[in-house]
Ligand binder design. Structure first.
Ligand code: PEP
Ligand code: MN
Length: 456
């Protein structure tokens, strides 16, 4: 990679930068991070990349989801399990619907840093820095807590490590065992129609498994566990570049001997990193950093992205046109997708790039209630997804997946869905520290409806 190093981004203009007063503290934190082991390996990252290649070619579907802003507090057994189970349940529904393997990526174990529309805000008449995520400053609304604290970068590493450790342990201990999907629990889902539909899918999966057991082909590891990859926005470049390492991957040759692949740079903080809509400037620091790493990467694109700029961006981040290396995460809004997506697809098709096209139906559909509560309407989310699927079909392209903000908790943050949550009900359990998320019921319902689009 010409003229690139993990720190070459420092010579470029940067958006959403965090200014630390404690310069020595930053140096100490980064040198501690540098000595710590990678959170993920090159082999895992490459496995995800080859899975995403299948998605780009229309052979698999990718489900990505999790919190808008993950907090250190979410690093507990109950919340991690709830999120994993929800993603597993949704993916089972989608496998049944789309009749394709589903690649699961969670916004977890590192989704701490948040871009903000303003660097400061005024709370109770006091101006203070905005909350930038648990790896940067504290949510508590005091100027002291909002001061960027470099020790939080190290804390982010350890919270990511603990979360990932529990994910790995529960997945390898049978959390995702397809023999007992009903044990995944339907938690707060009380809607009989959703429960019925889900039970029907589970029964048909169990029939298939019984058959596989009878004929003796269920010994495959695939039935007992599942892969869930980790992802986050690669916003804090101090953290990401420190966690970037030159790694080799063991490869098995045809004769059974193990050799090493050529070394390459990997961001080892998570399997999949994405560039946000606010930091994707062609000449900016984030694009500079992302162009040098071997991980599969996401790029958020919205109405402000020009079609020719999109192609130039793909040329910079993926000059070799590796299939599935880049996931374009489109987030236009239900009322705008028809205006922008066809032009973006046409430009990318003409360029010869074959990315994964993923629909994020959350970030273009933010609304505020008359009293100023941030929410999203289930119908808008569903509408953007449905339009995305149809526009891709018409263009001879594939909608490869969806990117959602969701939680396994019974929160009341998005309006609508079968339970009929209204704006008046939002106050009941509104716990997000950033954008409104789908609750478990709404997320499962969405998975059923999207699965239904594929079965139409
Ligand atoms: C996000 O995914 O939480 C986010 C900030 O999205 P975007 O960059 O699309 O605004
Ligand atoms: Mn968000």
């Amino acid at each position: 990679m010409a003229n690139w190093s993990p720190s070459s981004w420092t010579t470029k203009p940067i958006k959403q930068d965090v200014v630390y007063e404690d310069v020595q503290g930053v140096k100490d934190a980064l040198s501690q991070l540098q000595r710590l082991p990678p959170l993920v390996t090159a082999r895992e990252i490459n496995n995800l990349k080859s899975n995403l290649k299948k998605v780009a070619l229309g052979e698999a579907f990718v489900l990505q989801g999790g919190d808008c802003a993950e907090l250190f507090d979410y690093c507990n057994q109950e919340m991690i399990e709830a999120k994993l189970k929800l993603l597993l349940q949704m993916s089972l529904i989608l496998i049944w619907g789309a009749n394709k393997p589903v690649i699961r990526i969670a916004r977890i174990a590192g989704q701490f840093a948040k871009p903000r529309s303003s660097p400061t805000e005024t709370v109770n008449g006091v101006e203070m820095p905005s909350f930038r995520g648990d790896n940067i400053n504290g949510f508590e609304a005091t100027p002291e807590s909002r001061k960027p604290d470099p020790a939080r970068l190290v804390s982010a590493y350890f919270h990511s490590a603990a979360t990932l450790n529990y994910m790995r342990a529960s997945l390898s201990s049978g959390l995702a065992d397809l023999h007992s999907p009903m044990d995944w629990g339907l938690g707060h889902v009380i809607e009989p129609s959703i429960k019925d539909q889900y039970s029907r899918i589970v029964n048909s999966v169990q029939d298939a498994l019984r058959f596989m057991r009878t004929v003796g082909i269920d010994k495959d590891r695939g039935v007992e566990t599942a892969d869930i990859y980790t992802s986050h926005e690669g916003l804090s470049l101090e953290y990401e570049s420190t966690m970037t390492q030159m790694l080799k991957q063991p490869v098995q040759s045809g004769h059974g001997t193990v050799t090493q692949s050529d070394p390459a740079w990997y961001a080892t903080s998570g399997h999949f990193l994405w560039i946000g809509d606010r930091t994707r400037q062609l000449d900016g620091a984030h694009v500079e950093f992302f162009r040098g790493i071997s991980n599969p990467v996401g790029i958020k694109i919205g109405p402000t992205m020009a079609a020719d700029e999109l192609v130039r961006l793909l040329d910079v981040v993926n000059p070799n046109k590796e299939i599935g290396k880049v996931t374009l995460i489109s987030r236009y809004g239900a009322s705008k997708i028809a205006q922008y997506l066809p032009g973006h697809i046409a430009a990318v098709q003409a360029s010869g790039h074959i990315p994964v096209w993923q629909c994020d139906p959350m970030h273009g559909n933010g609304k505020a209630t008359p009293s100023g509560v941030k929410t999203r309407h289930f119908t808008d989310i569903l509408s953007e997804l449905k339009q995305a699927l149809e526009i891709h079909r018409q263009a001879g392209s594939f909608l490869g997946g969806m990117h959602l903000e969701l939680t396994g908790e019974a929160v009341t943050e998005c309006v609508g869905g079968a339970a009929g949550l209204t704006e008046d009900g939002l106050g009941e359990r509104y716990t997000t520290f950033c954008d409104p998320r789908l609750n478990e019921k709404q997320a499962l319902e969405l998975a059923f409806l999207v699965a239904g689009f594929y079965r139409e």
